[in-house]
Design a protein around this ligand. Sequence first.
Ligand code: FAD
Length: 285
Amino acid sequence: MDKVLTKPHLSFEVFPPSASVPNEKIYQTVQSLGDLQPEFISVTCNNKKLNFNDSTLKIASYVENELQLPGVVHLTARYFDKNQIDYILAELKRLGINNILALRGDLVPGKEPKNDFKYASDLIEYIKQKDSNFKIFGACYPEGHPESPDKVTDIRRLQTKVAAGCDCLITQMFFSNETFYQFQEDCALANINVPILAGIMPIVNRSQALHVIQSSASYLPKKFVTMLDRYKTNPAALKAAGLAYAINQIVDLVTQNVDGIHLYTMNHPDVARHIYQETQTLFAM
Ligand code: FAD
């Protein structure tokens, strides 16, 4: 389903649940998210399992065909070969899914990659050559991708990705809006002119906060670290403060005319609903 991109717009990310979570749960989650009428819902792809057809594709199809909202599949390059990608593209066409977030994907230690696509830009070019009607999203990193030697190199590689056929970019999560504004400026100077959606991750519990601290290459502003520290033994206060932090980020970004907000929902529709309710008047303007 195509929707005209209105600016600014709100979109959501969900991930296929682990085997221990009942299957219906994810459909209830996307149904609740769909009630908020986002611009699209994107569904991640897990390189460890690579059960794309049974997870990512099915959920995105539900979004597209049952909820009548645009579904975006995350499609990773490194562990698929051309034949598999051809099959997936045909399936996407059959299911009426027109939107792909094309990624290299997380590398899985000990898992041998395929050789057809090394970088996201290789996959993007391939898809666009096959069928230019697919709308292609790409990932970007306001603080630079962790494997890049420096930010200038990272921006140059982003230029290549956009030139390969990327229609829109979605950022990695960030907790300092200043970092994002600097990145926007760097992109403008490099003639990267596609819309850039700001990826916002609301922190709502301690384990998630710890995961972000341990695994994230993101700069964590002092007020963010203080918040996590102060409420580390008070889950309700941490959730309230984490939501307020994300809402403040969004209010500032929308005020500064961001192209869109992409919310990493972590499959928590209540969190998305709360943020939506607190910010919807901004999006309507
Ligand atoms: P690329 O754009 O290919 O970049 C990867 C690295 O290679 C970078 O360091 C880049 O600078 C470098 N590079 C790029 N082109 C070249 C070149 N021509 N020569 C040399 N070096 C080059 N991962 C998943 O596994 N599943 C998901 O569903 C998923 N969803 C994501 C959604 C978003 C919005 C974001 C921001 C990330 C997501 N990721 C996901 C994580 C992502 O796969 C990893 O960050 C991965 O390490 C890089 O993917 P990419 O598409 O940005 O790669």
